[in-house]
Design a protein around this ligand. Structure first.
Ligand code: MG
Length: 245
């Protein structure tokens, strides 16, 4: 019987915060307003791809969030042979942002899960590849800010998951050793592989039924954050890889 875990680390975007839902609503609104005649599926897929790509420039400090949005819409519409002027791209970026902000919801069970973990005496941290202020605002809007002990962003640490330094910063600030901590996240490479490399245990939140890229890696598979009490117990006792895979 292994010792219980003392800290649970969570990714934020698409782990506690339903970014997929907000993004779908926002890109749907942009398509309805400006995408007449453009097929929605490829439009929306390319947008999601560009978001991932250009977000790396934001993480590296090369683009502000606003400039990243403008660049994304410029490339998206250029792909469909509808080049945007500067002001049109800026307006679209602002429009997208408005819809995104109006559609910010937690993943089902997120608040209850954090509450259950803290009630059990476990430390809770959010470890996120994003900007500090953006994530602070998001956590406050979702009402999750009071339910966490620590926020660690890639902006503050100066490197992004899966780099070990970001996990190590969280562990150091929580004063918990890697082997007594679990990282929960939706991104295989950044969250699961990154955490395991660092000596933490990991849980993969796979809401969309993706195939596991490395089935030999020990991890706790999750398809949702509910039922929360049971999941809290599983995360606290998660330790024996053999019983999980
Ligand atoms: Mg994520």
């Amino acid at each position: 019987m292994s010792h219980a875990n003392r800290a649970i680390l969570f990714d934020l975007d698409d782990t506690l915060f339903d970014h997929h839902r907000a993004m779908s609503a926002a890109i749907g609104a942009i398509h309805a307003a400006h995408g007449e005649g453009l097929p929605f599926e490829p439009f929306s897929l390319l947008h999601a791809e560009l978001l991932e790509q250009i977000h790396l420039d934001t993480l590296a400090g090369r683009l502000s969030l606003e400039a990243a949005r403008v660049e994304r819409f410029r490339r998206l519409f250029a792909h469909f042979a509808r080049p945007l002027g500067d002001s049109a791209a800026a307006e679209m970026g602002a429009d997208y942002r408005r819809h995104l902000q109006a559609n910010r919801y937690p993943i089902d069970g997120a608040a209850e899960l954090l509450q259950a973990l803290r009630a059990a005496g476990v430390a809770v941290a959010v470890v996120s590849n994003n900007l500090e202020q953006e994530q602070r605002d998001k956590l406050a809007h979702l009402g999750l800010d009071r339910l966490i002990d620590l926020l660690v962003t890639s902006e503050r640490v100066g490197c992004a998951k899966p780099a070990p330094a970001i996990f190590q910063t969280a562990l150091r600030e929580l004063d918990v050793p890697a082997q007594a901590a679990v990282m929960v996240g939706d991104n295989w490479q950044a969250d699961v592989a990154g955490a395991v490399t660092c000596g933490l245990k990991a849980a993969w939140l796979n809401r969309f039924g993706r195939r596991c890229p490395e089935p030999t890696l020990a991890y706790l598979p999750l398809d949702s954050l509910t039922p929360t009490d049971r999941l809290a117990r599983r995360l606290i006792s998660h330790g024996c890889a053999n019983q999980l895979c």
